[in-house]
Design a protein around this ligand. Structure first.
Ligand code: NAD
Length: 495
């Protein structure tokens, strides 16, 4: 089959992989053109419109909670409670927080002008960027489509959303409900897979917000470079947890189990592996086994609260990691239901390439335990690897806390609790280095999807620019030296 060549809304030619149809490209072009028209007509800018959209989105989430929960169960085996806490209800809280502060976050902010520019007035005006593309992954398919949407709408943008094809039931529900409830001229959902995303990426957007893996992140960045479009990349990687010898091990075990096995480990900020001294690991092991039993019973396969692996490809990837590993607990699986038991394994040498669990991000219910000799060694393991999206430290010591704050870098640093930083709307959520660029949530989302425009306004009389315009007389030199740029030496020969 030969390559297809089609044309974007900007008139650029797109060379698509074999299999991508002209229809896919023209659909992307049409959607973006419609969204841009809505933005250009000023539909999305008034605060009333933004508030109405956020309220409509809130109603959608509350009124269709069951339908969304059913889709999340079909895709990931999520329980209805987990679906509400980590997805639907999470977005409702984000909407409520945004609505409460929207006026303040979007109001122009006065800025002091220097004496030399008096009586001028300066302010920062937050304006929407235009048309935003949100590309979402499958693991939290509601939250990761809609939390960025909240910020983009609150900032007054038109939005095109591309849900993940790997969570098809949720993609379909969002594809149906969003156009029914929101302003269909400005908010669009494009369902599909790589061809659809590729066609969208050929279009010109004013911001691209991508959540997913780093390989596709590079594809997104390259596509954005063609139009000089700013990009936020919410990526993943291995998020370590260090358990210090002074940690409260019972609570640590319960929280690690919660953080790791929520959504069957398919969480970007799940603790990927545990570092601790040999003695602490030996004490932690039975507590982890007990905590798994407490959370999911004797047979986690029968627990309504334990999820499933999203598809066969990921199931096979994960079971291939378990097979060669030294299993402490768990390890059983069932391909037909994509079930993989909560599993804890031991790793002898984290730098040995044969330790497959220490290669890529696990992104599943396997928790490796890695023995290290003390705090310095733990910091060393963290710093030898890519900067993580999250780093967790379980300790009761201020010194240990200080050490991690000072000597490590990560998107977030959680002491004695995994995952929960996401739920603090005032905290930025995002990565650093290989775990991503840019951050959102709360006011940061509104700032991210806005341009802070500098506005300076000067009265025409008195015309104070006379002091900085040639000819530079001695009097002007004095004014410049004393008022406009104090500290400058008076130029010689002109006094
Ligand atoms: P995915 O496979 O659903 O892909 C994400 C999106 O990229 C989809 O919409 C898909 O259509 C699109 N896509 C895939 N291949 C493409 C290509 N070749 N060209 C253009 N578009 C393409 O999700 P995933 O990447 O498997 O997600 C898991 C990863 O995301 C993990 O690494 C995880 O840590 C990370 N993640 C990060 C966050 C965060 O907030 N930082 C949240 C969730 C997941």
């Amino acid at each position: 089959m030969s390559e297809t060549v089609s044309t974007t809304s900007a008139g650029d030619e797109v060379h698509q992989e074999p299999g991508a149809s002209r229809g896919v490209v023209s659909q992307a072009a049409e959607v973006v053109a419609t969204a841009r028209r809505a933005f250009d007509y000023g539909v999305t800018k008034p605060r009333e419109w933004r508030v109405a959209q956020l309220r409509a989105l809130r109603s959608l989430l509350v009124d269709h909670e069951d339908e969304l929960a059913a889709a999340l169960h079909a895709d990931l085996g999520k329980s209805a409670t987990e679906a509400w806490v980590t997805e639907t209800g999470f977005v409702v809280r984000e909407i409520d927080h945004t609505l409460r502060h929207l006026r303040a976050w979007t109001a122009p902010r006065r800025v002091r002008v220097p004496l030399s520019l008096a009586p001028g007035r300066a302010k920062v005006v937050r304006e929407p960027l235009g048309v935003v593309l949100v590309i979402a992954p499958w693991n939290y398919p509601v939250q990761l489509c809609l939390a960025p949407l909240v910020g983009a709408l609150a900032a007054g943008n038109a939005v095109v959303i591309k849900p993940s094809e790997v969570a098809p039931a949720t993609s379909q529900v969002l594809g149906r409900l969003l156009p029914e409830h929101l302003d269909a001229s400005a908010v669009h959902v494009v369902e599909g897979a790589v061809p659809e995303t590729t066609a969208l990426l050929a279009e010109r957007f004013d911001h691209i917000f991508y959540t997913g893996n780093g390989t596709v992140g590079r594809v997104v960045l390259e596509a954005a470079a063609r139009h000089l479009t700013p990009v936020t990349l919410e990526l993943g990687g291995k998020s370590p947890a260090y358990v210090a010898d002074d940690a409260d091990l019972e609570v640590t075990a319960r929280r690690l189990v919660w953080g790791k096995f929520t959504n069957a480990g398919q969480t970007c900020v799940a603790p990927d592996y545990v570092l601790a001294s040999r003695a602490t690991l030996d004490a932690l092991k039975p507590l982890l086994v007990q905590a798994i039993q407490e959370a999911f019973g004797d047979d986690p396969a029968a627990s309504a609260d334990y999820g499933r692996i999203v598809d066969g490809r990921h199931f096979e990837r994960l079971t291939a990691l378990v097979d060669p590993a030294r299993v402490v607990t768990g390890g059983r699986s069932d391909a037909s239901s994509r079930y993989l038991e909560p599993t804890v394994v031991e790793v002898a040498d984290p730098d040995d390439p044969r330790e497959l669990v220490m290669g890529e991000e696990i992104f599943g219910p396997i928790l490796p335990l890695v023995a290290v000799e003390g705090l310095d060694a733990a910091v060393g393991v963290v710093n030898r690897r890519d900067k993580p999206l999250a780093l967790y430290v379980f300790t009761t010591s201020d010194e240990v806390r200080e050490r991690f704050v000072r000597d490590t870098s990560s998107g977030a640093l959680g002491f004695n609790i995994p995952l929960a930083h996401l739920a603090v709307p005032g905290l930025p959520f995002g990565g650093v280095g290989a775990s991503g660029m840019g951050a959102y949530h709360g006011e940061r989302s509104v700032a991210l999807f806005s341009h802070d425009k500098a506005v300076l306004s000067m009265p025409t009389r008195p015309d104070t620019t006379v002091w900085v315009r040639p000819p530079f007389t001695s009097l002007k030199e004095q004014v410049i030296a004393r008022v406009a740029f104090p500290g400058r030496r008076r130029p010689g020969g002109r006094s």
